[in-house]
Design a protein around this ligand. Sequence first.
Ligand code: ASP
Ligand code: MG
Length: 418
Amino acid sequence: MRIFKFGGASVKDAAGVQRVASIVQHFTADDILIVVSAMGKTTNALEDLVKSFLNGKKEDCSKQLKDLKNSHQQIIDELFPQSNERLTNEVGELFLQLETIVESPAVGSFNQVYDQIVGFGELISTKIVSAYLNFEGFENRWLDARKLIRTDQNYRAARVNWNLTRRLVLDNVKSGNSYITQGFIGSDDNFNPTTLGREGSDYTASVIAYVLQAEEVTIWKDVPGVLNGDPKVFQGTELLKKISFREAIELAFYGASVIHPKTIQPLQERGVPLRVRSFSDLDQEGTTISEGVNLEPFLPCFIRKSNQQLISLATRDLAFIAEDHLSKIYKLFHEYGLRVNLSQHAATSSSFCVNDDPIATPALLEQLKQSFDVSVIGDLELYTVRHYDNSAVADIQSRGRKLLEQVSTDTYQIVIRI
Ligand code: ASP
Ligand code: MG
């Protein structure tokens, strides 16, 4: 079994769905399980719907729902020359369920309501893609990922229950068939819908590949593969042909956004290679992430994280910041869900570079101020260069004023102000 994943950008319009069909036609000899995200920016639109719903804005809800219906209907109309009654009914039914949710009182916490609503993007997109591929002669069965991926109740960032998921996937996926299912969603033990975190469809593909011990996972993208930096941020970026699992985990950890960070680990455990390929050029091999070669070609890899804050803490009585202080500080960061991207410690002060979170950071700072003198510098950028060389470092240093720098054998990091 091969696992293919198509993200929102690759199914953002009818042409995208047609391209999916033309790609899978090249693989008719294999069993394929295709994981698909919501079309285009649908998940963002559904997040807005959640907000309108929870703020009691009925008119906004109706308008937002209508827009979503229209944009999907337009794609359906473009794909099918004659109306496809079954698809119309199935998509209509999903929209009806969504409408029922936002017209009834909210059930559960914010995060739970979020998960009841946003997963519809994937349910609808997969209905459309599945119907179109069948229409084009690529026979496939539609699977409801809520009946495959069992998770805990940590809504919006649900964790996979591997034992149950394994059983469910093996019960539902049989060799000799091809399938289409949703990325990003699952359900808890009570069949409440859950989501795996934004951009979580890659992870779904990886979970299923793990269970099925798939031959390969392919993520089809609008870029030729994984580059050594985001071309919107860095000049002269090049395609990386091979990356080891370990290096890929490192890159994801530092914020390389091509791959969802949780995706690699299950694949590594099973030795399932991950390929990132361009859906517009089938002749290109793309990038293969697998056991073996660390990086080929061996190039510095550049990662930028924007919207960073540097929080500096000093003891009031000039006491050393020691392990007991630090363990309390890190516990607070953890409680507020803020990951420390970089830290540096001196005798009586410590600095922490974290993402600026408009809700969590002010609350955390209040807590920290009870024990420390706190100063904060915002609007910063954190650059990481894996496998740095002099010219890579010079390039990054020239981008702004240096506030913090850290160098290890493989990795150079710097916090700068533009
Ligand atoms: N549709 C979801 C999102 O936009 C999941 C994904 O695209 O991977 O976050
Ligand atoms: Mg998406």
